[in-house]
Design a protein around this ligand. Structure first.
Ligand SMILES: CC1=C(CCC(=O)O)c2cc3nc(cc4[nH]c(cc5[nH]c(cc1n2)c(C)c5CCC(=O)O)c(CCC(=O)O)c4C)C(CCC(=O)O)=C3C
Ligand SMILES: [Fe+2]
Length: 395
């Protein structure tokens, strides 16, 4: 049995904040803000209730998803992975001589958003910056976190009409095209090709299949109001990673983008192809070797462990395809270093300094302060829910 992951309350308490170092000023804390997941079987149903409150997920889908968790002992790997990322960020900050506390909290499980706000208050933080564990910009990866923060602050009676809050919380921009995230994915895919070779596969003939979480077509459309859409963001990363891998391996690399983990009623269109359907299509084309790269996820949480490692790899096997699943960025060094670079970039921006925004690929950086109406669930429906870290808190 792996050790039970510790909640924020049980980890060693960060020490109260002194004067933040100049490179991170005006920030005096980093808020690692994630999805959360159950730690034990009794948590599964309450966790799923938290995730799906008011979202119209059919009951059958919930039972099915609950079953995925029970197959893994009722425990998601996501919490220990967030603790590992927290430790890696702390080590990287220490390495650079930056004395900044890192506080962890989740939207859907303990330690909750409100627990993290409590911890920030106890530390005496006045202006924290949130690092969300989603690399791409869409309702699920951006606005939902910003709404949750605003609503939690409102419930705590700490949200003023003008958007003022107790602790001010800003957010790092979506980092899908930051060099650190992309380089860590290149490295992980190269390791995937090495693993394919070891399992007797043929790398030169392999198809590189990038995978991400599907979202409804309406959410995809709303993600693109101010910027390239969620799927376009992924295609940009995929193209760059495939080119870098091809150069390193010295042969052509053909790639596709597929999706996993769709839910919602069958009548509602979501981004396709589903990775299992796509593997079938590839088998029909005669493809025998596949490297799957989950670029849509920052760590190997339940969607990766179940939808890819359990389901999609079994599909590949049934089809006679030799498939390996490349790693996620996790705590890879270029990723963690890149996140700290991004923190320094965001701090400079908050100080009003001219900063370049580091990106790779052809797409511009996503705005650090979201535009009004950015990343709604559906753009034709203003949410009526306040959201922090935007030019206009109410849109
Ligand atoms: C884009 C995206 C990411 C990737 C970005 C990121 O990594 O953040 C992501 C991550 C995650 N999604 C997760 C879990 C779930 N997501 C659900 C439902 C949904 N996700 C959606 C989107 C995304 N989700 C959407 C559009 C829905 C439909 C409901 C809605 O419109 O909001 C449901 C309900 C049941 C179901 O429908 O499957 C569950 C249980 C976990 C935790 C895993 C663990 O425990 O290890 C993580 C990290
Ligand atoms: Fe946004």
């Amino acid at each position: 049995m792996p050790p039970t992951p510790q909640t924020a309350a049980a980890t060693e308490a960060a020490k109260p904040i002194a004067t933040p170092p100049a490179v991170v000023a005006p920030y005096d804390a980093l808020f690692l803000y994630s999805f959360g997941g159950p730690d034990k079987p009794e948590d599964v149903v309450p966790f799923l209730r938290n995730v799906t409150a008011g979202k119209g997920i059919p009951d059958e889908r919930l039972e099915e998803v609950g079953e995925h968790y029970y197959q893994f002992g009722g425990r998601s790997p996501i919490n220990e992975q967030n603790l590992a990322l927290k430790a890696a960020l702390e080590a990287e900050l220490r390495r650079r001589g930056i004395d900044l506390p890192v506080v962890w909290g989740n939207r859907n499980w303990a330690p909750y958003t409100t627990d993290a706000l409590d911890e920030l208050e106890t530390l005496g933080a006045q202006r924290a910056v949130a690092l969300v564990t989603s690399a791409y910009s869409s309702y699920s990866g951006c606005r939902q976190y910003r709404e949750d923060l605003a609503v939690t602050l409102r419930d705590r009676e700490q949200l003023g009409e003008d958007g003022s809050t107790g602790v001010q919380v800003d957010k790092l921009r979506s980092y899908f095209n930051h060099p650190g995230f992309v380089q860590a994915n290149v490295d992980a895919v190269l390791d995937g090709y090495a693993a394919l070779d070891e399992s007797g596969g043929n790398g030169e003939a392999a198809r590189l299949v990038f995978v991400t979480h599907s979202i409804p077509d309406t959410m995809e459309a709303a993600s693109g109001v101010w910027q390239p859409t969620y799927s376009a963001q992924h295609r940009s990363v995929a193209e760059f990673v495939a080119a870098a891998v091809s150069e390193k391996l010295g042969h052509d690399v053909r790639w596709d983008l597929a999706y996993c983990s769709r839910s919602g009623p069958p009548s509602q269109p979501w981004l396709e192809p589903d990775v299992n359907d796509h593997l079938e299509a590839l088998a029909a084309e005669g493809v025998r070797d596949v490297v799957m790269s989950p670029i849509g996820f920052v760590s190997d949480h339940m969607e990766v462990a179940y939808d890819l490692d359990t389901e999609a790899l079994a599909t590949a096997k049934d089809l006679g395809i030799t498939a390996v699943r490349a790693g996620t960025v996790g705590t890879r060094e270029p990723f963690v270093r890149g996140l700290v670079d991004l923190l320094l970039e965001r701090a400079a921006l908050a100080r009003g300094e001219e900063t370049g925004e580091a990106t790779v690929g052809e797409l511009p950086a996503i705005a650090s302060v979201c535009r009004p109406g950015c990343c709604l669930r559906r753009h034709e429906e203003p949410s009526g829910i306040p959201a922090l870290c935007s030019e206009d808190m109410h849109q």
